[in-house]
Design a protein around this ligand. Structure first.
Ligand code: SF4
Length: 210
């Protein structure tokens, strides 16, 4: 598998925010979001080639059983992931995906953190694939007022349960994020959406973990 990085940290977004977790970041992404904060993962070849055993050895160095598989777009390497996940049945497995590729991982995943890309990402014609309702949370990155209209249409079109939807402010710099968070929190109150911060940016800024 092509691995960008493996590190131990705190989940900074979504329904498991605040929990200590091991992050397995896979290389490769077929999208090109303008505000992407992990552009270094885009090229599959940018990753280090690691065997299943090497990855397991790294994961087991850390004192928790919560694994967040992220990217890039981790579903690009899902066939190889199945072999890894068969060895990690005692772990809570969360995967972060754009939702634009079909998944074959339902038997192995406890939570899909699905982040469908809106017009503000400047990608075009992205399809939302099917994910199991009971295991999927939809996190929308919100940059400006007009995104709200698009999100509401998207939720209606795909019949997403509102309880599974979270709105997250766009921003990779602490000050920019604080301003957008205040603005978005008010919108969440008014429109009854769940708000998710970007805790890791608040804590550490947009620094790459080593
Ligand atoms: S899907 Fe994720 S990794 Fe890919 S370009 Fe968008 S933000 Fe970056």
């Amino acid at each position: 598998m092509q691995i960008s990085e493996i590190f131990y940290s705190i989940q900074g977004e979504g329904i498991n925010i605040g929990k200590p977790a091991i992050f397995l970041r896979l290389a490769g992404c077929h999208l090109r979001c303008t505000w992407c904060d992990t552009k270094y993962t885009w090229d599959l070849k940018s990753g280090k080639n690691m065997t299943t055993n090497e990855i397991i050895k790294e994961i087991k160095k850390h004192p928790c059983k919560h694994l967040v598989i992220t990217g890039g777009e981790p579903l690009i390497q899902q066939n190889a992931l199945i072999d890894l996940l068969k060895h990690l049945k005692k772990y809570y497995i969360e995967i972060e995906t754009s939702g634009s590729l079909p998944t074959h991982l339902n038997d192995y995943i406890d939570n899909y953190n699905c982040s469908p890309k809106l017009g503000n990402s400047k990608n075009r014609n992205i399809k939302l694939e099917e994910f199991p309702e009971e295991k999927t949370n939809y996190k929308f990155v919100v940059d400006k007022n007009s995104d709200l209209k698009e999100i509401k249409e998207f939720i209606r079109k795909h019949r997403l349960p509102k309880k599974n939807v979270q709105l997250m402010p766009q921003g990779v710099k602490k000050r920019e994020l604080a301003k957008k968070s205040e603005w978005l929190a008010e919108i969440c109150k008014k429109e009854n959406f769940r708000f998710t911060p970007r805790l890791h940016i608040n804590l550490w800024g947009n620094k790459r973990k080593k």
